[in-house]
Design a protein around this ligand. Structure first.
Ligand code: TYM
Length: 330
């Protein structure tokens, strides 16, 4: 039997290059070899209270973008989280074994609580157990994610381990992070600090028009330029190089690195090249996004087919879970 893979993305806007290089690129690769479930985490997006119209539209948007990136519904199961109610039942059981102290220590919770002090809700607090339920309901062994999900993944492993220990079972495998190319990836933002995805201003979206991509890259934050040969790069400049090492060929990065070291680097030239390389990746994806977005009938059919397959897998796990805990199984 093939190993099981699961991953998901919150539909809080369009997919950006961070999502693509951190996660979706792995999805496309993994669907060839594994039994894959890729979903749209619309329940998770409720932590910030979107409107009903928003929810409908954004799930379809991500679905179209998944397909445009090359996720194939014949190879992988693509579904919307809220179509699989079994997830909620497992979420409840996992919450019973998860301690307030450990949830309170999750960095993303602490950050979100700081950002939205008027809305520190219980859903936000138990975000990691819902994520664990997403994973464990399919008994997934691999979870392709970016670096920012490390702590949530640690919690998912803890949930699996604790359930197995309490009930003296081996029902849940401990899910492992999967990184494309082997290393955890954090795609930097264009505003000189942190990761891509914090705000519109630091993001390149997969659906951005060519001229928008060029404009955003040309505006990326830099400094006055190299002054001392072979000096270490400040964070904003390192981010530009990190971005280039993700989207461009190694020779291109080496070329600009040499220019940094001999102080002849002109950021304008480097950004032009970076934009060029991004556009090459993004142009075909954007065209396919447009095609898929307009075909709502196809999107709804794929979501329905995915929901059926995902429910079948989740229901099989939940039968085992109910039996293990001591509940009746129908
Ligand atoms: P989300 O929606 O914030 O991000 C989706 C995926 O994109 C990756 N990512 C990045 N990777 C590298 N650099 C970046 N700048 C960057 N920005 C985003 C994330 O690491 C993630 O893999 N909690 C998840 C959604 C989720 C999930 C799950 C994931 C819910 N249940 C079960 C895996 C398994 C989240 O908020 O991702």
């Amino acid at each position: 039997m093939k190993d099981i893979v699961l991953s998901g993305i919150r539909p809080t806007g369009n997919l950006h290059l961070g999502n693509y290089y951190g996660a979706v690129r792995s999805f496309v690769k993994m669907q060839e070899e594994y039994q894959c479930y890729f979903f749209i985490a619309d329940w998770h997006s409720l932590t910030t209270h979107p409107t009903p119209e928003n929810i409908q539209r954004s799930a379809r948007t991500i679905l179209a973008e998944y397909l445009a990136c090359g996720i194939d519904p014949e190879k992988a199961t693509i579904y919307i989280q809220s179509d699989v109610p079994e997830t909620i039942e497992l979420y409840l059981y996992l919450n019973m074994n998860t301690y307030i102290g450990e949830l309170g220590r999750v960095t993303t919770f602490k950050e979100k609580a700081r950002q939205q002090p008027d809305n520190v809700n219980a859903g936000l607090f138990t975000y990691p157990t819902l994520m664990a339920a997403d994973i464990l309901q399919h008994r997934a062994k691999w979870v392709p994610v970016g670096k920012d999900q490390e702590q949530n993944m640690e919690m998912a492993r803890k949930c699996a381990r604790r359930f197995n220990n309490i009930y003296k079972t081996e029902l849940f495998p401990e899910p492992q992070n999967y990184y494309f190319g082997g290393d955890a990836l954090k795609v930097p933002g264009l505003d000189g600090s942190g990761k891509m995805g914090k705000s519109d201003g630091n993001c390149i979206y997969l659906c951005d028009e060519e001229k928008v991509v060029r404009k955003k890259v040309m505006r990326a934050v830099t400094d006055n330029g190299p002054e001392t040969p072979n000096s270490p790069k400040p964070e904003v400049i390192q981010n530009l190089f990190t971005m280039m090492s993700i989207v461009s060929e190694p020779e291109t990065v080496a070329f600009f690195d040499e220019k940094w070291n001999d102080c002849s680097l002109r950021y304008g030239d480097m950004k032009k090249q970076l934009a060029e390389d991004m556009v090459k990746t993004l142009n075909p994806i954007r065209e396919r996004i447009q095609e898929f977005s307009s075909n709502t009938e196809l999107l709804d059919r794929i979501a329905k087919m995915g929901a059926e397959k995902a429910r079948e897998s989740a229901a099989a796990t939940l039968r085992e879970v109910r039996k293990t805990i001591g509940f009746r199984v129908y």
